[in-house]
Design a protein around this ligand. Structure first.
Ligand code: PMP
Length: 362
């Protein structure tokens, strides 16, 4: 099997699996328990949060959540208040888009910043939309379907100099894959399963002085901002995956870039690349004009090459290329190939041949 659907989820590192199974065996204690086992887990959880501060190069609050979806919900719902204006983009993940959409019926005004066809935010459009009533701006660092990256620092500068809005960034697609410029970011969403950690654990980082209200209510775990018994072993596995991602970031980047470039530059006449050249190389979106993306994905799957037509969470509904104004031929013929450090050039040679053959059918 050649796995090229790493945007949907990644294969856990062996080290992560080992840590998780060992920790579940030996360190299953509840960090709120007052006995030695509980105190040990409380300490480990604290260390885990400190490690995230070190990796992010920022200090503040860090809460473990069940993943990117929950962190995005918490970031947005938790920052809503008296200021009734929300700004986002149409290229966000549904866990941002749908939450924002729901606020319209609750009296909030929602504006979508203009972008180009890759989803790159137009800074002037952002500037024009910001007012003293803007409560939150949510813009993802890297698009999970196209790989498009934003200049988060510059956008944050604009937000900070034209409003008092909270700046939330969904970095699920890029955390551990590129350095994040966080000096103007107030709230950050990350998730473990896109960096070879387990599914069902993620985090939210919140800068000092930024107030986020809880969306769940229960015990007093995680300062009551995220009550519920922590998935401590998952959190430890997440930290390990994050540490490995940061250690290997510089080495992985050019490796994945070479794999991405090989496919992006294939001499296939009806193939167009929908991903910008300066995108995060882990994600490549291409269209086969005259073909249906799903047919290509199925043909590849029959050869045990796993790709997707887009984000797994969107596969049957929202189409980002359509939203960004691409033609029907482009959005219907699109597939997403998403790489990881474990893919090899030998695999990509096989995939290149398969793509060339499949494209000849149309
Ligand atoms: N944001 C982005 C950009 C994503 O790609 C995803 C996962 N598809 C999420 C949020 C949701 O993360 P999770 O699967 O951990 O809930």
């Amino acid at each position: 099997m050649i796995y090229l659907d790493n945007g949907a989820t990644t294969k856990p590192h062996k080290e992560v699996i080992q840590l998780l199974s060992q920790a579940m065996e030996q360190s299953f204690f509840n960090p709120s328990s007052l006995h030695g086992g509980g105190l040990l887990m409380e300490k480990k959880l604290k260390w885990a949060k400190e490690t995230f501060f070190d990796l992010l190069g920022q200090r503040g609050d860090f809460y473990f959540t069940s993943g990117g979806t929950e962190s995005n919900n918490l970031a947005i719902l938790g920052s809503l208040g008296a200021k009734k204006h929300i700004i986002t983009t149409k290229a966000e993940h549904p866990s941002v888009l749908r939450v924002v959409e729901l606020q319209k019926s609750r009296g909030y005004k929602v504006d979508y910043v203009e972008t180009d066809k890759y989803g790159t935010v137009c800074p002037d459009s952002l500037k024009e939309l910001l007012t003293s009533q803007t409560g939150i701006v949510s813009i993802m660092d890297t698009n999970n379907e196209l790989g498009t990256t934003q200049d988060i620092n510059a956008l944050g500068n604009i937000i900070k100099s034209h409003s008092n809005a909270i700046f939330h960034v969904d970095a699920v697609a890029s955390f551990g894959k590129r350095q994040l410029a966080l000096s103007n970011v107030d709230v950050l969403t990350i998730s473990a399963h896109k960096i070879h950690g387990p599914q069902g654990i993620g985090g939210i980082f919140i800068k000092p002085k930024v107030r986020i209200k809880p969306i769940f209510f229960g015990g007093s775990q995680q300062k009551k901002i995220r009550p519920g018994t922590e998935f401590t072993t998952g959190a430890l596995a997440f930290v390990l995956a994050a540490q490995l991602a940061y250690i290997r970031m510089e080495k992985n980047f050019p490796h994945v870039q070479a794999l991405r470039n090989k496919i992006a530059q294939l001499p296939i006449k009806n193939m167009v690349v929908n991903t910008p050249a300066n995108a995060l190389p882990y994600i490549l979106n291409i269209s086969f004009l005259g073909a249906k993306g799903q047919v290509i994905v199925n043909a590849l799957s029959a050869q045990e090459i796993y790709t997707s037509t887009g984000a797994a969470c969107n596969e049957r509904s929202h189409n980002i290329l359509k939203t960004l104004g691409h033609s029907q031929e482009v959005y219907e013929g699109a597939i997403r190939i998403s790489f990881s450090q474990y893919n090899t050039m030998d695999e990509i040679e096989v995939v290149s041949e398969a793509l060339t053959k499949v494209s000849n059918l149309f």
